[in-house]
Design a protein. Structure first.
Length: 365
């Protein structure tokens, strides 16, 4: 099922039932008095937050959500039954906009319910009009129509932490290892085409979004569309793969052992400001690629804005099984100037996964 984070739908509340003209029939008195009941009110329409990010895809084929109409009044002054309310289940993080009135509802908590359309009022039966000057009223009124409107839903996923990084950084594999998620994984870029959610021990929700590439903030790749899904997270888990470092080590090493760090970074963030001051310095080819890998994603966060560059960040070095301790130490040292909170993990080691999970739970508490 394809992931959908935008949806438009039409909704209509129920019409009110009709009030009726009825008479009480008593022995010896055919018309003993007005006894027409009022019509029942039409059902209302609500939106309700649920923990299901795929529910929008299931709603895609639904043309209209409609509450039922109220039932007409009856004899013996009986009011008609009220129409049944309609509940439209939407993922937590949905922003629901009434395209007619502009009213906006945000669903931010599981089970949150909000009324978006009012059902029509039931009509009045003839008993309502009975008075000393009108003992045999013959008038009644019809029910009022229920409200209806077109709505737009924009989904901004809500998670405690968002996993970000370049394609194939190991985000989906790590999500699967830390949680009970079943995200698709593969040894090629853009394995993740849709956001995935998983629950870390302690109930903390992790969100894995498609990998970012340079230019993602301008629409390149797959990550741009999903950057908004980490706007509401408490922490960004920035995954940096050590795989390229091991490849570089095997492929070639510059003869002078010096690799320049590129510094095309925006001005606004303190983290990327530090990058602009970085100049050519003695470093192995193992360090420079890791810095560039990190800065590529940081630049896209800067360009996207929306508060993402200023969120708390934890750098996680992944695929540590592919390098030796010396290389790992060099990577940590190179990234230290950009972030003090650096963790490491390999999904091939249960002890490593357990340790990382414990560390993340502490930071999310």
């Amino acid at each position: 099922m394809a992931f959908i984070d935008e949806l438009q739908f039409h909704a209509k509340a129920g019409d009110g039932g009709t009030g009726v003209v009825r008479w009480r029939h008593e022995k010896g008195k055919e018309f003993a008095g007005a006894a027409g009941g009022n019509g029942g009110p039409g059902g209302d329409v609500y939106v309700r937050a649920v923990r299901d990010i795929n529910i929008l895809a299931r709603h895609k084929s639904v043309k209209q959500f409609k509450a039922t109409d109220g039932v007409d009044g009856a004899n013996w002054s009986m009011q008609g039954k009220a129409g049944e309310d309609k509940y439209v289940d939407l993922p937590i993080g949905s922003i629901v906009t009434n395209l007619s009135s502009g009213r906006v509802v945000e669903l931010i908590e599981d089970g949150q319910v909000s009324k978006i359309l009012h059902g029509g009022r039931g009509g009045l039966g003839n008993e309502h009009f009975k008075a000393s000057t009108n003992v045999k009223p013959e008038q009644s009124t019809g029910g009022m129509p229920g409200e209806e409107a077109d709505f737009k839903v924009d989904l901004n996923l809500i998670a405690d932490a968002g996993l970000i990084g370049l394609p194939n950084a190991g985000k989906s594999s790590l999500l699967n290892a830390l949680t009970s998620a079943h995200a698709k994984v593969g040894s090629y870029a853009f394995t993740t085409l849709d956001p995935n959610l998983g629950v870390l021990r302690g109930g903390y929700i992790l969100a894995d979004i498609p990998g970012l590439i340079e230019g993602a903030s301008e629409g390149k790749g797959l990550g741009h569309k999903f950057l908004r899904h980490v706007k509401r997270t408490k922490v960004l888990l920035h995954l940096v793969s050590l795989e390229t470092m091991s490849n570089e080590l095997i492929a070639a090493t510059p003869p002078d052992g010096v690799e320049k760090v590129k510094t095309k970074t925006p001005k606004s963030s303190s983290k990327t400001k530090a990058a602009t001051k970085a100049k050519a310095k003695p470093a192995t080819v193992l360090v420079s690629p890791i810095v560039e890998t990190y800065l590529t994603v940081r630049r896209e966060l800067e360009k996207y804005g929306e508060g993402l560059p200023d969120k708390k960040e934890v750098i996680i070095l992944t695929k540590t099984d592919m390098v030796d301790e010396k290389t790992l130490k060099a990577a940590r040292k190179a990234l230290k100037k950009y972030g003090d909170d650096i963790l490491e993990v390999t999904v091939l080691d249960d002890v490593s996964i357990k340790k990382l999970g414990e560390e993340l739970s502490k930071r999310l508490a």
